[in-house]
Design a protein around this ligand. Sequence first.
Ligand SMILES: C[C@@H]1N[C@H](CN)[C@@H](O)[C@H](O)[C@@H]1O
Length: 440
Amino acid sequence: MKFKPEMDSIRTHTVPQWYDDCKLGIFIHWGLYSVPAWAYPSGKLGTIPFDERWFAYNPYAEWYCNSVRAGFGPTYEHHVKTYGADFDYESFTDLWKAERWDPAQWAELFKKSGARYVIPTTKHHDGFCLWNTKYTDYNSYQKGPGRDLMKELCDAVRSEGMRFGVYYSGMLNWHVTHNAMMSDYEVHHPNNITNGYADFAYNQMMELVDTFEPSVLWNDLDWPLKGLDDLPYLFAHYYNTVPEGVVNDRWHDVWFDYKTKEYHRGDKFLEQKWECCQGMGLSFGYNQVETDEHYVSHNELITLLIDTVAYNGNLLINVGPKADGTIPEEQESRLLYLGKWMEVNSPAIYSTKPFSRQKEELETGEIVYYTQNDSSIFLLVTNPKAGNSTLRIPEPAFSCDYRKTLGNFGANVAISEGNLVIDLLDIPAGSAPVVLEFTK
Ligand SMILES: C[C@@H]1N[C@H](CN)[C@@H](O)[C@H](O)[C@@H]1O
């Protein structure tokens, strides 16, 4: 066995090339919370104080259970009006049928989007498990849909040639704790800090490793504090079982292969591999209250990917399916649009590395990004003007030869008075970002 259950051994693990190259993944938040599918679209994570103003007005629809437990606020009021004050969260198992779910359709759509890995919630904070786990009957095989949703999805994803990872909420389990969490402190100090719960989480994570041999272990928030000593055993077993496996950074700072960001991007890493996750709207779980206005636009989604890849990151964009197993049209439309763009422009995305300059804002309003591979430098122009326009890039970061545009538009390129001057020709109105390739 290459890895021993000691941190010195674990620290020898490096980020596998596939993870660095693939750049785009699909996150999926699907569970009991998809039945009520209701949250107050209060605002983006990071823009609202992380106190009652966030927790009682939580825009994350997958936090429905906790928002109702608050006992006040819009979600609580919606729950009482819609289901009655005595309707407990676990009763949603009787209403969740997934009657229109076709995992092959999901996998086909994700493949078309250009994504190369898929990470579904196997168990979110509510504690309901989406696989036939032997550690609790509170799962989708014993209750609700009556199916091993993760096995079916894993098979469909892999049959499309994509990698399958698993999200697991190690720290929180609202099937075990019953008080509302109304502060960051309470979220990180739940009262299920028993050794028994730590063992439960460890056993379930080991079961996920042995059952699915997932390409990514995506733990959320933190790991049970009485289970931290278990982690070297978990990581060693995981890496010995899945040699190309990769682990995120939400394990109480014990270890990570890559860093994560959620919505709020702030200062981006460059040397360290990282991943940004967010919904297309303000929520991960499907929120029936959200309309198209809450979602990033089709072109903003592409810019989000570019702004992540140019800084050495991967974008893990979330899909929040409806309880019946269909994907909301607004989300499907954005994934297909992204996929059409990737069909033409993916050479500037897949298997690239950050360039010496990542982004610059031009006086004419365009924002230009750079990526590179061994033979080319790519210049990606977001929000290009319609028709013909001229970009002037002062003190250009390179002097190599212009090769071609990636797409159906023209360009003339020259160096003039120390500027890289690019005439963009025939850009359609509302165009997605356009890409020019230069030969090193
Ligand atoms: C990906 C997101 N992570 C946060 C915790 N930071 C969760 O609270 C949220 O529901 C979602 O799963």
